[in-house]
Design a protein around this ligand. Structure first.
Ligand SMILES: [Zn+2]
Length: 177
């Protein structure tokens, strides 16, 4: 049963001192690196939030978030502490103004990659639990994939929203460890 590890948005802007820092976001990196080295994963995918400077989600454009993960800026880069050699593919989301980029399945690239590898189970880690992890996991369940969330490898923006997100995903059939 081919299994993929999906590492969601472990980018500098979501880490301490970033433009949209997730509390304790850097604590996911150790657990994620350990998982990325686990031979049970046939494919390891990292996603990036990868926005144009005038993205609809930014406060300046009437959106909910401060500007973050602008294409080509240091804040948009994956953390230098991630084990890059373990990552097989990087998939960008929210790449045009109107694409919110909350789910790794927003475009077709991730779906096609998982299909080509005949993946039927995914383990999801990364940032942030209550936004992109939640949306990606919900879409993975809709795709019919077996979904595991490793809570040691996720952190959220809002603690209560994150708890609710994990509870909702578990109710929808995800394994929350
Ligand atoms: Zn974003």
């Amino acid at each position: 049963m081919p299994e993929a590890l999906l590492i969601i948005d472990v980018q500098n802007d979501f880490l301490p001192d970033g433009a949209l820092a997730v509390p304790d976001g850097d604590q996911v990196i150790g657990p994620i690196n350990a998982l990325a080295a686990d031979p049970r994963f046939d494919v390891v995918v990292a996603t990036r939030d990868w926005h144009p400077a005038d993205h609809d989600s930014f406060v300046d454009q009437g959106g909910p978030w401060p500007a973050h993960c602008v294409q080509g800026t240091p804040g948009a880069e994956l953390s230098a502490d991630l084990r890059r050699e373990a990552i097989d593919a990087v998939i960008d989301t929210g790449t045009v103004r109107g694409d919110e980029g909350y789910s790794g399945f927003e475009g077709e690239e991730l779906r096609e990659l998982l299909r080509s590898e005949q993946v039927d189970a995914v383990t999801i880690v990364g940032l942030a639990t209550d936004v992109c992890v939640k949306h990606t996991a919900a879409d993975a369940l809709r795709e019919g994939l077996q979904v595991t969330i490793e809570t040691a490898g996720v952190r959220g923006i809002d603690a209560r929203d994150s708890r609710e997100a994990l509870r909702g995903l578990a109710e929808s059939g995800a394994q929350v460890n």
